[in-house]
Design a protein. Structure first.
Length: 187
């Protein structure tokens, strides 16, 4: 996933200075997508050069000027384009979280379809883990090394079950958002 899309989403939520954006990023998106302040500033410059964002300068004459970044229409178009395309990796969970935030700002972008696609992938992975468990750890006594190996597999199983539970709870919210957007278009 490109950090640029996470930054575009954050700036659509609230135009910010680079420092303000980095601080907000640390408190929200940063919980699942890591970026240093240096990376954020570098990407803001690239996004400005691409015409996705603009920095409005504020400040005293002769003093240090603050740049407040906001998203331009080309940036909105880019976020919409990215939001509609499937994740480039099998583990698109982090991308999906950014897409959900982007949908909260822009309306439906395709996160429902992405969620459904990822649910199929995670259900298949869970089934694979369960088959491995059945094959390699049948009922009975296990040695300590076998128990440790099983604990690693159990973590994978629990992780997939947890993600799928979250996805099943999220799906109706995305479907409601689509219904709301369809109703808005008919009005």
């Amino acid at each position: 996933m490109s950090i640029q899309h996470a930054l575009l989403t954050s700036l659509l939520e609230k135009p910010s200075t680079g420092y303000g954006l980095a601080s907000r990023f640390d408190r929200s998106i940063g919980y699942f997508w890591q970026a240093t302040h240096q990376q954020i500033y570098r990407e803001l410059r690239r996004m400005a050069a691409a015409g996705w964002v603009v920095a409005d300068e504020e400040g005293q004459d002769g003093g240090r000027k603050r740049k407040t970044y906001r998203v331009l229409p080309a940036g909105v178009d880019e976020l919409r384009r990215w939001g509609a395309e499937p994740a480039q990796t099998l583990d698109g969970r982090r991308e999906l979280l950014i897409k959900l935030r982007a949908e909260a700002v822009l309306g439906p972008l395709g996160a429902r379809d992405e969620l459904l696609r990822l649910m199929v992938c995670h259900e298949a992975q869970l089934e694979t883990y369960r088959q491995i468990e059945k094959r390699d750890f049948p009922d009975g006594a296990m040695t300590v090394p076998q128990q440790l190996q099983h604990r690693v597999l159990a973590m994978g199983i629990q992780s997939e079950e947890s993600w799928l539970s979250w996805a099943r709870e999220t799906l109706p919210v995305l479907e409601a958002a689509l219904a709301d957007a369809s109703g808005d278009r008919r009005s």
